[in-house]
Design a protein around this ligand. Structure first.
Ligand code: KG4
Ligand code: ZN
Length: 338
């Protein structure tokens, strides 16, 4: 007997629902992105995010059920992101999940957003031996974990300041590109020389892995605006070697992530690297980390781009694993920003 799980995700600026069979087979995955709404402000505005989730949540869930050719009476479990994220956004998905699950007696389970990102890397690659190294690189997180199972992540190290995706978004703003910045910087970088600019490279000294991206962002700021911090930002066309800046910045981020990942994999004796989060869409990161890992006899595993960024298929998938492990949450299930 197979089990269909409905996944619901609303932790940040994507309203998403998906139906997944037995934790891996994705029958539907619907994502409504609020990016164009937040673009005017250059970042996510929590109040606006909450209101948009409220308007979209039920239509998105209906679309996910319809695209999977199923209905609520054939759903065997509902999984919903409960942490971390914007509290007002999380509560919209959680309230919808409870309202659908409780009257029908459908088992409900809360899912950790970061664990779900890591699980996404294993959904399209069924049999996988643990432990593995997990690199989560998104707009809010940049961290390395030892993954002992889909439901057990041990934090090894994290960023000391900005997340990698946040650095992409800030550099995109400096270069006059839109929000979200990662895809825009990456596209411009295709026309630039990745070795044109000397940018500061942070490397962790201690045993524990760590990252830092704020120095890189500041270096780009000075390049764009000159040394006088009071000068306003120039018009995008007036920025010298704009594509070279984008390419050099992207290369510096990719080098930092790749170096730290491989150093940690070696030190921890881990053969497989699961890469997850929005920045895992980045083409240069996918190529370089895959190539350099293979050269050391290691394997880097990336989800398809659609399952790197926020989606509900990863929530339904990990929710199935939780339910299979015997976990069912009470109606009192709560959301938490951390
Ligand atoms: O995982 P995600 O969708 O949301 C969070 O949980 O944060 O990640 C979004 C982040 C944004 O900062 C975005 O700029 C970045 O992922 N991103 C990229 C690319 N696509 C998305 N960064 C670099 N290259 C890309 N191709
Ligand atoms: Zn995310």
């Amino acid at each position: 007997m197979s089990t269909l799980v409905l996944g619901i995700e609303s932790s940040c600026d994507e309203t998403a629902a998906a139906v997944v069979r037995d934790g891996r087979e994705i029958l539907s995955s619907v994502v409504h992105s609020q990016a164009s709404i937040h673009a005017t402000y250059g970042g996510v505005v929590p109040e606006i995010a909450g209101r948009s989730h409220l308007a979209q949540i039920l239509p998105v869930i209906d679309a996910a059920l319809a695209q999977a050719g199923t209905s609520l009476d054939r759903i065997g479990g509902i999984a919903v992101t409960t942490r971390p994220g914007l509290i007002g956004s999380l509560l919209v998905g959680l309230s919808a999940a409870k309202a659908l699950a409780w009257p029908r007696g459908i088992p409900l389970v809360g899912v950790h957003h970061i664990e779900a990102h890591v699980y996404a890397a294993t959904m399209e690659r069924p049999v996988l031996a643990y432990p593995a190294l997990a690199l989560v690189v998104s707009g809010g997180h940049t961290a390395l974990y030892r993954a002992l199972s889909p439901l057990e992540l041990e934090l090894l190290g994290t960023t000391r300041d900005d997340a990698a995706g946040e650095a992409f978004d800030k550099v995109a703003f400096l270069l006059g590109l839109g929000y979200p910045g990662g895809p825009a910087v990456s596209k411009l970088a295709e026309h630039g020389n990745p070795r044109a600019l000397k940018l500061p490279a942070y490397r962790s000294r201690g045993e524990a892995p760590s990252f830092s991206f704020s120095g890189l962002k500041t270096a780009v700021l000075y390049h764009v605006r000159g040394q006088n911090a009071r000068e306003p930002l120039p018009a995008p066309e007036a920025i010298p070697d704009r594509a070279d800046v984008a390419a050099s910045f992207e290369q510096a981020v990719v080098d930092a992530l790749t170096d730290e990942c491989l150093r940690t994999a070696r030190r921890e004796g881990l053969q497989r690297i699961l890469v997850a989060g929005g920045v895992a869409c980045n083409r240069r990161l996918r190529q370089e980390l895959s190539r350099r890992a293979a050269a050391e006899g290691l394997e880097a595993i990336f989800p398809s781009p659609a399952y790197c960024t926020d989606n509900a298929a990863m929530i339904a998938g990990l929710g199935y694993q939780s339910l299979s492990a015997g976990r069912i949450d009470e109606l009192a299930l709560d959301a938490s920003p951390r």
